[in-house]
Design a protein around this ligand. Structure first.
Ligand SMILES: Cc1cc2nc3c(=O)[nH]c(=O)nc-3n(C[C@H](O)[C@H](O)[C@H](O)COP(=O)(O)O)c2cc1C
Length: 390
């Protein structure tokens, strides 16, 4: 059997492109409008340099830390992604990989697998919610997450229903019925490895969202769940504080850019926030998450755990974010490429690459643990930072 190990996330992405049907690959590339934010999430990391030492380096280096009350083996979490049809085992494969590597996992409410199947294989699951539906339905979702053993909540707030991409959006069927199959058949036949992986299971991707189901009701389709969310009036800060009061454990708000919003997240009682722009999938033109990170850390870093997600593709990116004050990072596309390329082993491969990259960067910087990283370790070009609100 061919060696399926890959040496970088970029190689995994190329394999994912070769393996996935065009529509599924396009849904992962995502981005919005002109793709400015998605591109800047990557470009901003490239602008940051390192200030390495050459002697007196640490012979061993410790990456373990705690995030949202969880002891983790490295400062990387799986970011929640509502992505369907990448792999037949979907989030369960990701959860096993994360558990094997001592990494906590965010599970999207738009995920393809029920939370109970995911917590059964990973004891460090953070359930992600959108402000969608009535307060009653949101409380039901929290209760279900609690009963399933979720150890924390991620409330994702950065979504404004932008649509349209200059490079074209993939067609996604409401249901995988005969008509949809006929339309998708040319793509599926062009990707026999992926098609066979589903054929072996005896069913097609069903494109439903089991974690959005009302008690005793069938899972809504992806579009059904999306419609509920679109119809829900956007959350006020009082709503955020109310939802936080319904969960007596770690609670993250994901999607923050501005300092004034970060302060309101603190006021709402959250224990963590992620500086994030949804991987460039939301308001296009929002600067890269890493550009906002230092100002958010300066403002609220003493009061909440500050994480970052958006654009992390290698271990040195993780170190850059930690040097600028993040407690940990979350990864999205990086593990999705691994999942597409080689299932659970592919996600483990990605986590191992990040771990190896963090380790060699710590070595070069003369740091013996991730806790020692600080701003002296990176070189910021003039004008790198962004800050808004006070
Ligand atoms: C295809 C796709 C689906 C996503 N779905 C969700 C989601 O359901 N919930 C959520 O909070 N974030 C979602 N995100 C955003 C990720 O959690 C994360 O913020 C983003 O992927 C980080 O950027 P990166 O992909 O460059 O690592 C999604 C991202 C992608 C690429």
């Amino acid at each position: 059997m061919a060696n399926k190990w890959f040496e970088t996330v970029a190689v995994a992405q190329r394999r994912a492109e070769r393996r996935l049907p065009r529509s599924v690959y396009g849904a992962l590339v995502a981005g919005s409008e002109k793709g400015l934010t998605a591109r800047d999430n990557l470009a901003a990391f490239d602008e940051l340099g390192f200030a390495p030492h050459v002697a007196g380096l640490a012979p061993t280096r410790d990456q373990s830390t705690t995030v949202m009350g969880q002891a983790v083996s490295m400062p990387v979490l799986i970011s929640p992604t509502g992505v369907q049809a990448v792999h037949p085992e979907g989030e369960v494969a990701v959860a096993r990989a994360a558990a094997n590597r001592g990494v906590a996992m965010g599970l999207s409410s738009f995920a393809s697998r029920p939370i109970e199947a995911v917590t059964a294989v990973n004891a460090q699951v953070l359930f992600q919610l959108y402000w969608s539906g009535t307060r009653e339905t949101m409380v039901q979702r929290l209760e279900r997450a609690r009963a399933a053993g979720a150890v924390g909540i991620i409330l994702t707030l950065d979504w404004s229903f932008a649509n349209g991409r200059d490079w074209g959006s993939p067609w996604i069927p409401e249901r995988v019925n005969l008509r949809a199959l006929a339309r998708l058949a040319p793509e599926a036949f062009a990707r026999p490895g992926w098609t066979w992986s589903y054929a072996k299971t005896g069913h097609f991707p069903d494109l439903t969202t089991p974690n959005m189901a009302a008690p005793g009701s069938p899972a809504p389709t992806f579009f059904g769940a999306y419609y509920e969310w679109m119809q829900s009036p956007p959350a006020s800060w009082a709503d955020v504080a109310w939802l936080r009061s319904q969960w007596d454990g770690p609670f993250m708000v994901k999607g923050v850019s501005r300092v004034d919003d970060a302060k309101r997240v603190v006021d709402a009682g959250a224990t963590a926030l992620s500086v994030s722009n949804h991987g460039g999938n939301n308001l296009d033109g929002t600067p890269a998450a890493i550009r906002w990170l230092p100002s958010v850390v300066d403002a609220v870093g003493g009061q909440v755990e500050v994480l970052l997600d958006g654009g992390v593709r290698r271990g040195s990116d993780v170190v850059k974010a930690l040097a600028l004050g993040a407690r940990a990072v979350m990864i999205g596309r990086a593990y999705l490429w691994g999942l597409a390329a080689n299932g659970q082993a592919g996600v483990e491969n990605v986590l191992d690459l990040l771990r190896g990259g963090v380790d060699s960067t710590l070595l070069a910087l003369g740091r013996s643990s991730v806790a020692e990283l600080n701003r002296d370790d990176v070189v910021l070009p003039p004008g790198f930072r962004r800050s808004a609100g006070s």
